[in-house]
Write a protein that binds this ligand. Structure first.
Ligand code: MG
Length: 167
């Protein structure tokens, strides 16, 4: 699978992705990064819009699951509260966690997507696993380290700029 840092689609927020949009692209499994994709690092309380989106997705034909590199109580509590399946310690950009998720729920790479805020973990893992990588804007790059990492992503964001969804 290709070593590519380019997302297939870019959008401002996870909540911009509707079941109709995903199904229209042939996507039936949406794997989701957690930190800075669903909530910022500093909380496990989603915005009202995000909470409503999770509920809408859980009621839709698109299967959603969290695939995160971290493992902590905050994440487990969140998944229990919002009835989400999860894979932790996924070691993105390795494709391992994404493959494990597809195998667990019985989906092929062509019908799967990974959505996350980081090119060097989420997007790269998606390309390595042969699934559709969707890049969302980070909710809050609140540390100097997160801001610096974002600067390194800028050339790839520029290269993929035409793939930004109209929202
Ligand atoms: Mg993240």
């Amino acid at each position: 699978m290709p070593l590519s840092f380019l997302p297939r689609v870019m959008t401002r927020s996870l909540a911009d992705l509707t079941p109709d949009y995903l199904l229209g692209k042939g996507i039936r499994l949406l794997m989701m990064d957690f930190d800075n994709t669903i909530v910022p690092y500093t909380t496990d309380v989603p915005t009202e819009r995000m909470a409503a989106w999770l509920e809408q997705m859980n009621a839709s034909p698109v299967k959603i699951a969290i695939v995160s590199n971290s493992r902590n109580e905050r994440l487990i509590r969140f998944c229990e509260t919002y009835s989400l399946d999860y894979i932790m310690r996924a070691h993105k950009p390795s494709a391992k966690g994404l493959r494990e998720c597809m195998a667990r729920f019985g989906f092929r790479p062509e019908e799967s997507a990974i959505v996350g805020d980081q090119i060097f973990t989420d997007t790269l893992a998606g390309n390595l696993a042969g699934v559709m990588p969707i890049l969302v804007d980070a909710i809050d790059n609140h540390t100097i380290w997160l801001k610096a990492r974002h600067v390194l992503e800028l050339p790839f964001l520029f290269a993929a700029r035409k793939r930004r969804m109209e929202t």
